[in-house]
Design a protein around this ligand. Structure first.
Ligand code: GUN
Length: 294
């Protein structure tokens, strides 16, 4: 068997087209332009790249896009003051503080200061609580988990009700929220992690396997149930001496080639989940703007 390779770029483009259309409709009906504010503290190079692409995509969607770049030695009080001003700004519907924050700044305190109505990352305690209690219409769902679900919809147009789903990884950013979403979609969900016993056997029971542990090629092809769908959230950069000295390449948390021989559908890395994250951030920003007019 050879798996269907799930084209995350194409699905993301589709989602972006819908966001653009939604933004045009909102402008026509209410004269409102969705606004996204991205806050970057410090000079982490990976974060700079992510933040720049979020801003670019926001502009492409026709959004009002602002970036606030603060020095690494910014105080907690100054960061909270900026968030307070963005909370009060009617032109801003979504606020994203790029993580990780530099040492000395507390992530939970920072995220807790964001107005939950503008929490387009879905990381506020109130957003997490609403997600956990199934109040999807009142919350904004974290972007990468939401992207995983949209990819699954492309494989299972009739839904995943009753399927066995295994999530490997329990992070606040991906593992926990994606498990909540899978459960909300009526899958039977198991969350596995580094202490899980007999992980290969557990994975072999999964109709849907979501890998989000952040370890390169940790999940082996033999762990995949024949006919399963594999969503690989991992983005790991590893040395690639075969490409020349000092070269690197990106791999997921799943051993792709061997997994693709058993799975019915699998996301590639790059080009699978990755493009979905930004697309879902745009969808959340539009959603927040729409809700602002009731
Ligand atoms: N850093 C890595 N991923 C994310 C994300 O989804 N949101 C934020 N705010 N920071 C991140």
């Amino acid at each position: 068997m050879s798996a269907q390779i799930i084209d995350g770029k194409a699905v993301a483009q589709d989602a972006i087209a819908k966001v653009k259309a939604g933004a045009e409709a909102l402008a026509e009906a209410h004269g409102i332009v969705p606004g996204l504010a991205v806050v970057l503290v410090g000079e982490d190079p990976a974060s700079q790249v992510y933040v720049a692409s979020k801003g670019r995509m926001a502009k492409e969607c026709g959004f009002h896009s602002v970036q606030h770049t603060l020095p690494a030695d910014t105080t907690q009080d100054d960061l909270l003051a900026l968030i307070a001003s963005l909370n009060a700004d009617p032109a801003v519907h979504g606020i994203l503080v790029q993580l990780p924050l530099p040492a000395g700044l507390d992530e939970r305190t920072t995220i807790a200061a964001i107005d939950p109505a503008k929490d387009v990352d879905g990381l506020h305690d109130i957003s997490i609580g609403r997600l956990a209690s199934g109040q999807m219409d009142k919350t904004l769902v974290p972007c990468t988990p939401k992207g995983c679900m949209v990819l699954l919809e492309s494989v299972y147009p009739d839904g995943i009700s009753g399927l066995d789903a295994v999530v490997v990884g329990r992070s606040n950013l991906v593992g926990r929220p994606v498990a909540a979403l899978l459960q909300h979609a009526n899958a039977t969900v198991t969350i596995a992690h580094s202490r899980t016993r007999e992980l290969p056997e557990l994975c072999r029971r999964a109709d849907v396997l979501v890998a989000a542990i952040g370890r390169p090629e940790f999940i082996k092809g033999e762990w995949i149930k024949p006919g399963a769908t594999v969503i690989d959230v991992g983005i790991n950069r590893i040395p690639a001496p075969e490409r020349g000295e000092g070269k690197t390449r990106l791999v997921g948390d799943v051993e792709f080639a061997s997994a693709a021989e058993r799975a019915a559908a699998i996301t590639p890395v790059p080009g699978g989940v990755g493009p979905m994250t930004i697309a879902m951030l745009m969808a959340n920003t539009l959603n927040a703007a729409e809700r602002s007019v009731g």
